[in-house]
Write a protein that binds this ligand. Structure first.
Ligand code: NBP
Length: 476
């Protein structure tokens, strides 16, 4: 009998995905460029399900049921192109190549077009949840044709995480849609982590609490509306002690956050689409700031830490304020991320259903949280929602959190604790609700130096003022 599906690229992610599919009843053809990895895989995991191992790509392709579905799980970039180029001459019309790596969605658009011209289907499949997720149930975002999803859907829906009986996998839309929403998911993850980090820094700096005491606070928060995988993990990390020194783990780790690039892609794409994702952008820049060791050393040498009188706060009130700020700012960051998904979908005609993303992110992925159920409900009630922030549930959360959120940003400023994400999300909220913005002045300046013209609030038309002349207004 032929294999139900093939997978090439048996590093950690590919191996775990192949095992997950086999454990869920699929016969999986497996292949790896370096053959010993394939034979090692079969030695270690061959008894977990039905596998068909092949040394050559030709035998691998021949071992899969038509129309073939072949998952490519190799290093993103040139390696993916190399594997796709080697595979395509071996395939038949209607076969499906699935890139499950972390590809940029524009690469996926390009690859999809190239394969479509050959009568083949290309799927960009975002897989979230890391190594453990790949084995035990990830969140899976599939971008590709209906034909491809009919073939692939039943398999990926089985291996995905399940929440309330619903699989955390869906057909997001055509071509690049899956990798696009996976990218935004990662961007939201950046924002979420930055907000948590700011909350930690504030509580520790202003209240002088120890990491172990802070772990307790995060555990408590995890019992309420902030309940999420990241908050739970925060408590674990804060509680952890370094075996070598006995110090809190967070105090021995170098304070320079690294990045693999998906946050940067999200921000770059948002700039191109014109979507203000201030939370994700601040989070990405904050990692960048942390890595600028020379500038940090120069500023520390010149100014030292901020000299502040310190702020007087009531401990219980402050903890509650920081919790409110975290929740409100998180609503803003998610609202912005969902705006980006809607805008990307409109631009590329993907017809993405935003509520479906909230549904499949409830399990398997890094940002899984109770909160996502509320987002799912919000889009269910109002599919064309303009912004999550004004939907009843989230509007209440923001209104209730607002006083604490403002106090926290004030306290942070007074005590010299950087809170780029807390502060910028508050500014974003204030900007949206303001009846007049100083953008009017910007328009005046642009018209003055560059005759860029402007529109008026009180009548239709496009105008220009003769700034260097008699300052009369003319139709432009
Ligand atoms: P790697 O990204 O380390 O890739 C290793 C695999 O790529 C090996 O199977 C290797 O074959 C193969 N490969 C390379 Br490199 N160049 C090749 C080429 N020219 N032709 C054929 N095969 C080639 O593996 P990973 O960490 O398992 O990640 C796989 C994908 O999943 C990546 O795109 C990653 O971004 C994505 N991802 C990773 C995570 C995670 O948590 N790690 C999460 C979500 C997504 P070899 O054995 O012959 O060298």
């Amino acid at each position: 009998a032929k294999a139900d599906i093939g997978l090439t690229g048996l590093a950690v992610m590919g191996s775990n995905l192949a095992r997950n599919m086999a454990r869920n009843g699929s016969t999986v053809a497996v292949h790896n460029r370096t053959t010993s990895k394939m034979t090692d895989f079969l030695d270690q995991h061959g008894d977990e399900g039905d596998f068909v191992g092949s040394e050559s790509l030709e035998d691998f392709v021949a071992s899969i049921e038509k129309p073939r579905a072949i998952i490519v799980m190799v290093k993103a970039g040139a390696a993916t192109d190399a594997v796709v180029d080697e595979l395509t001459p071996l395939l038949d019309e209607g076969d499906i190549v699935v890139d499950a790596g972390n590809a940029h969605y524009e690469d996926t658009l390009r690859r999809q077009q190239a394969l479509e011209e050959k009568g083949l289907h290309f799927v960009g499949m975002g897989v979230s949840g890391g190594e453990v997720g790949a084995l035990e149930g990830p969140s899976i975002m599939v971008g590709g044709s209906d034909h491809a999803y009919e073939r692939l859907g039943p398999i990926v829906e089985k291996i995905a995480a399940q929440v309330d009986g619903t699989p955390c996998a869906t057909h997001v839309g055509p071509d690049g849609a899956g990798h696009f929403v996976k990218m935004v998911h990662n961007g939201i993850e950046y924002a979420d982590m930055q907000l948590i980090a700011e909350a930690y820094d504030l509580l520790r700096s202003v209240l002088g609490l120890s990491p172990a005491e802070l772990a307790g606070i995060f555990r408590e928060w995890n019992e309420g509306e902030l309940e999420s995988f990241l908050i739970e993990m925060t408590a674990d990390v804060l509680e952890h002690e370094d075996a070598e020194t006995g110090k809190p783990f967070v105090d021995v780790v170098l304070d320079q956050a690294e990045q693999k690039g998906t946050g940067r892609w999200t921000v770059q794409t948002a700039l191109e689409l014109g979507v203000p994702v201030t939370g994700i952008a601040e989070a990405t820049f904050a990692r960048s700031v942390s890595g600028h060791a020379e500038q940090r050393a120069a500023a520390q040498g010149k100014f030292g830490a901020a000299q502040t009188a310190g702020v007087e706060v009531d401990k219980e009130q402050f903890v509650s304020d920081v919790r409110d700020a975290l929740y409100a700012a998180k609503v803003v960051a998610y609202a912005q991320g969902f705006d980006q998904i809607v805008e990307g979908s409109n631009t590329h005609d993907w017809d993405v259903t935003p509520g479906d993303m909230a549904t499949i992110w409830r399990g398997g992925c890094i940002i899984r949280a109770k909160f996502l159920d509320r987002i799912r409900e919000a889009y269910e009630a109002e599919p064309d929602l303009t912004t999550l922030m004004t939907q009843d549930f989230f509007a209440d959360a923001i209104e209730q959190g607002e006083p604490g959120w403002r106090r926290v940003v004030v306290a942070a400023t007074e005590s010299g604790v950087p809170v780029p994400a807390f502060a910028s999300s508050l500014s974003y909220f204030d900007a949206l609700r303001r009846d007049r913005l100083p953008a009017a002045l910007i328009q005046g300046l642009r018209d003055n130096f560059g005759a860029h013209t402007y529109q008026r609030a009180d009548k239709d038309g496009t105008f220009h003022t003769l700034w260097a002349g008699d300052k009369s207004e003319v139709d432009a």
